[in-house]
Design a protein around this ligand. Structure first.
Ligand code: BG6
Length: 480
C-alpha cells in the first residue's frame, strides 16, 4: 500500500548510514510499489556536490549495498530521479533558504527530516528548521542513537528537540524495533491465547536475551571505545527486547499505549547488583586481533561484552530473572529471546535434565523464526525414553518468497514515519528511564574501576558469564 506523498530530507545524506541503510531501504520500498509517484528525497550535507554527483554517489551505494545484479535498472533510474540535493551548513546559514524553496513547491506533502548526523547537531538543526519555517506543525523529525551518553546528556538532547518539535513529531529510531521478529513477539504474545496465561513467574523459569555478533569493532573504534557494549547495545536494543518480552498487554496497539507499558517495565527494573554483571573484552584469537588493537587504544578498558542478571519487580515477574548478554567477536551472529519454562511440577518419568524443559525461542537473526522446544518420547521400541525436539517455524519456510521481500528494519521504520505511526519509536521518557537504570550500572563499574575480563575472540564469551548462570543452576543456550 503506497503511503501519502512526502518529501524526506536526509541530513548527512552522504554519510555511511544514509548510503548503507536509508537510501537502499527507500529504493526497496520503491521496488515494492510503496513509494508514491511524487515522493521526493532531498539529500542535505556539507559537501559541495552537484545533483548529478549526488545521484552518482547514491547509484553506487545501491550497487554496493543491494548488489549490482539485484538492481532493477528501471526502478534504479526512477529512484535516482526522485533524489535532490542541497549543500547545507547545519550550524550556519548557508543552504537553508535553498532547502526552503525546494520544499515550498510541494507544501501539501508530508515533510520528514531525518537527522543522520552526530547528536551534537540535533539541537542546532532542529532549531534552524523551526526558525526558518521549513518545519511545520505537521512535520516529523527522525533521530537515532546515540541518544545521549548518560541520563544527563539524554535529558539535554530531549530538551533541545522539544524546544522546536512536539513529542508527537519526534521519531527516535531503535532499529531493533523495526525487525520483523521483534514485532512478531507482540503478535505471538497478544494475538494467541496459548502463551499469555503462562507468561509469568509462575510458569517461566527465566528469560535469556542474547545479541551475539561475530564482527569486531575495527573501523569504528573511535565511537565504540567511548561507548562500550552497555551504551551501544544494552541501553537501547536489549532494553527494547526486554520491554517487549516483559510488558503487560497494552489496551490497544497504538503508540502511547505500547510505550506506556514499556516504560512501566523499565521503571520496575531493580538496580543490578555489581555481582550480577560481567564485563568482557576480547583478546586476540587465531583469526583476528584483540579489542585494543581494533580500537587502536592499547590502554582501553571499554567492554565489548556484557552479561547481566536483571530482576523485574512487579507481580508478573518477581522471581523470574532475565539474563541479558551481548558481545562482539563471538562465535556466531545470533540474536534471540528464549523464554524458558519451568519443569513440570511432578514428573512421572525419571527426572528430566534441566535443559529439557519447554522453551519458546524467538530468533531475530539469522533465519528469523520461532521455535518451541518440546519434550517427546523418542520413537522406537526402546521404552519410555524422552527427547527434546524443536517445533520449528522459520519465516522462510512458512512464508516462502514473501519472506524474502520482507522489509528490513529501516525501510519499515521510515515508512512508519511517513504514515505518522510512532508505535515502533522510543518516547523521550522511555529513553531517559533506560539511561537512569543503565547509569547506575555504569557508575558502579567506574567506581570499582576494574578491567574487563578477557575472552577469546571467536568463542562464546567470558567464563564469568557462564558462572552468572551456573550459580543459579541454569545455563546459557549455545551460540551457534
Ligand atoms: C548498532 C550498534 O546499533 O547495532 C552496532 O551500534 C551493532 O555496534 C548493531 O553492530 C547491530 O545491529 P544488527 O541489526 O546488525 O543486529
Amino acid at each position: 500500500i503506497p503511503v501519502q506523498p512526502f518529501d524526506l530530507v536526509i541530513f548527512g545524506a552522504t554519510g555511511d548510514l544514509a548510503r548503507r541503510k536509508i537510501l537502499p531501504g527507500l529504493y526497496r520500498r520503491m521496488v515494492a510499489g510503496q513509494m508514491p509517484e511524487d515522493a521526493r528525497v532531498i539529500g542535505a550535507a556539507r559537501s559541495n556536490l552537484t545533483l548529478k554527483a549526488f545521484r552518482t554517489m547514491i547509484g553506487e551505494a545501491l550497487e554496493t549495498y543491494i548488489g549490482k545484479d539485484k538492481l532493477d535498472e528501471e526502478v534504479r533510474s526512477k529512484f535516482l530521479s526522485i533524489l535532490d540535493y542541497v549543500t547545507i551548513d547545519a550550524t550556519g546559514t548557508s543552504g537553508w533558504s535553498e532547502l526552503g524553496k525546494k520544499l515550498e513547491k510541494t507544501s501539501d506533502h508530508t515533510r520528514a527530516f531525518y537527522l543522520s548526523v552526530g547528536p551534537s547537531l540535533f539541537g542546532p538543526i532542529a532549531a534552524r528548521l523551526q526558525s526558518t519555517g521549513i518545519a511545520t506543525s505537521s512535520s516529523r523529525i527522525v533521530v537515532e542513537k546515540p541518544l545521549g551518553h548518560d541520563l544527563e546528556s539524554a535529558r539535554a538532547l530531549n530538551k533541545q528537540l522539544s524546544e522546536s518539535f512536539d513529542e508527537t513529531q519526534i521519531y527516535r529510531i531503535d532499529h531493533y524495533l523495526g525487525k520483523e521478529t521483534v514485532q512478531n513477539l507482540m503478535a505471538v504474545r497478544f494475538a494467541n491465547t496459548l502463551f499469555e496465561p503462562l507468561w509469568n513467574a509462575r510458569h517461566v523459569d527465566h528469560v535469556q536475551i542474547t545479541v551475539s555478533e561475530s564482527i569486531g569493532v575495527a573501523g569504528r573504534g573511535g565511537y565504540y571505545d567511548k561507548s562500550g557494549a552497555m551504551r551501544d547495545m544494552v541501553q537501547n536494543h536489549l532494553m527494547q527486547l526486554l520491554c517487549l518480552t516483559a510488558m503487560e498487554p497494552p489496551a490497544r496497539f497504538d503508540a502511547d499505549r505500547v510505550r506506556d507499558e514499556k516504560l512501566k517495565v523499565i521503571r520496575s527494573l531493580e538496580t543490578v547488583d555489581i555481582e550480577d554483571t560481567v564485563r568482557g573484552q576480547y583478546r586476540a584469537g587465531p583469526d583476528g586481533p584483540s579489542y585494543v588493537e581494533d580500537a587502536e587504544n592499547p590502554d582501553s578498558r571499554t567492554e565489548s561484552y556484557v552479561a547481566l542478571k536483571v530482576e523485574i519487580s512487579n507481580w508478573r515477574w518477581t522471581g523470574t530473572p532475565f539474563y541479558l548478554r551481548t558481545g562482539k567477536r563471538l562465535r556466531a551472529q545470533l540474536s534471540e529471546i528464549a523464554v524458558v519454562f519451568k519443569e513440570p511440577p511432578h514428573s512421572i518419568f525419571p527426572k528430566l535434565p534441566a535443559h529439557q524443559t519447554n522453551a519458546l525461542i524467538i530468533r531475530l537473526q539469522p533465519d528469523e523464526g520461532i521455535t518451541l522446544r518440546m519434550t517427546i518420547k523418542e520413537p522406537g521400541p526402546g521404552g519410555m525414553r524422552l527427547a527434546d525436539v524443536p517445533l520449528d517455524m522459520t519465516f522462510a519456510d512458512a512464508l516462502g518468497p514473501a519472506a524474502e521481500s520482507m522489509p528490513d528494519a529501516y525501510e519499515r521504520l521510515i515508512m512508519d514515519v511517513i504514515r505518522g505511526d510512532q508505535t515502533l519509536f522510543m518516547r523521550g521518557d522511555e529513553v531517559e528511564a533506560a539511561w537512569e537504570w543503565t547509569d547506575r550500572i555504569l557508575d558502579d563499574w567506574s567506581e570499582k574501576s576494574e578491567k574487563p575480563v578477557a575472552y577469546d575472540a571467536g568463542g562464546s564469551g567470558p567464563e564469568d558469564a557462564l558462572g552468572l548462570m551456573h550459580r543459579d543452576g541454569r545455563r546459557w543456550r549455545s551460540i551457534e
